[in-house]
Design a protein around this ligand. Structure first.
Ligand code: NAP
Length: 300
């Protein structure tokens, strides 16, 4: 199967390499063309000049772009050039309704759309160990197996189009709670004067551990938050969760609180940092307390 990939960001560039390793990658395209040219020359594959040319060269297209409007824009541009019987696998995290819209755009052309959002971070994309949550038909899921297996390890069909995105939204709510708990706990530990590296080693093997604790608490200990999962992208995902819950008349307290914290981080210019930057806000809680509880200055 000849596969094209669209979107060579933090996730997509690794996915492209894994498709190449599996012998599937025929062409790649990125909005910022320099990134596409660099990866094309590294992998010795073609950088398609346009999305239409990428579609024409592919029997299946994997997309991994930022947000809802981007998925629809890319799908619109691919649609006229895709052959009947081809597949589009969108690995971006977007709303379930956007997935259904994209599927409706492609259906009259005989092209099947699968929503395939992923979990596992940049490391999971690099190591091809992603969890992939799929929405679509059983037949489409079957045909997509070689591609999905090149990208991930836990691959599950949840139901019709949009179900993959609903499963992913569930995951994003969990990530919000976990990253907040870790940031708050690490700020507390730091204020107690604990050696943070030792703490991560020990608690990383305990009942309160998680992927995020093991992989992102070290960012907090170092005070550096290099782009892994950007704050603005998780804020985007929680906006999706907010909209999906609102359809039931529900406002989820955790989602609302994290959206507030992320808005603060974005306003201060930290939107492109990893979500472990939440620690910045939690550490400040203790800095403020220290100022308030500092002994009064000797006036003599
Ligand atoms: P990223 O590093 O910001 O990359 C975004 C990619 O999308 C770039 O290649 C960008 O092109 C492209 N793009 C954005 N808008 C576009 C448009 N309108 N048309 C064409 N291309 C467009 O993001 P990422 O971390 O790879 O994440 C991609 C998706 O995966 C997001 O939906 C995110 O929520 C999801 N995700 C991310 C992680 C993670 O840990 N990073 C984990 C799971 C899921 P340019 O190079 O031109 O900007």
């Amino acid at each position: 199967m000849r596969v094209g990939i669209v979107g060579l960001g933090a996730m997509g560039q690794h996915m492209a390499r894994n498709l190449h390793r599996a012998g599937l990658l025929a062409a790649l395209w990125n909005r910022t063309a320099d990134k596409a040219r660099a990866l094309a020359s590294e992998l010795n594959v073609s950088a398609a000049p346009t999305l239409a040319e990428l579609a024409a060269a592919s029997e299946a297209v994997v997309s991994c772009v930022s947000a809802d409007a981007d998925v629809l824009e890319v799908t619109h541009a691919l649609a006229p050039a895709l052959a009947r019987g081809s597949l589009v696998l969108d690995c971006s995290t977007v709303g379930a309704e956007t997935a259904r819209q994209a599927a409706r755009l492609l259906e009259p052309r005989g092209v099947e759309f699968l929503d395939c959002p992923v979990s596992g971070g940049v490391e999971g994309a690099r190591d091809a160990t992603l969890a992939i949550m799929v929405g679509g038909t059983a037949a489409g899921f079957e045909r997509a197996q070689p591609i999905l297996q090149a990208l991930g390890r836990t691959i599950t069909l949840f139901g019709p189009t949009g179900s993959g995105q609903a499963a992913k939204a569930t995951n994003q709510i969990m990530c919000a709670g976990i990253i907040e708990a870790i940031a708050e706990a690490m700020a507390f530990a730091s204020a107690q004067g604990l050696p943070l590296d030792k703490l991560i080693d020990t608690l990383g093997k305990g009942a309160g551990s998680s992927w995020y604790f093991v992989h992102r608490a070290p960012n907090m200990a170092r005070g550096a938050y290099p782009a892994g999962f950007r704050v603005r992208l998780h804020a985007k995902d929680l906006g999706i969760c907010r909209d999906m819950a609102a359809r039931f008349g529900v406002a989820l307290p955790l989602v609302e609180r994290m959206l507030g914290e992320y808005a603060e981080l974005v306003a201060r210019g930290y939107g492109d940092e990893d979500i472990s930057a939440t620690y910045r806000l939690k550490a400040e809680l203790f800095e403020r307390t220290n100022i308030m509880s500092a002994p009064p200055r000797d006036k003599a």
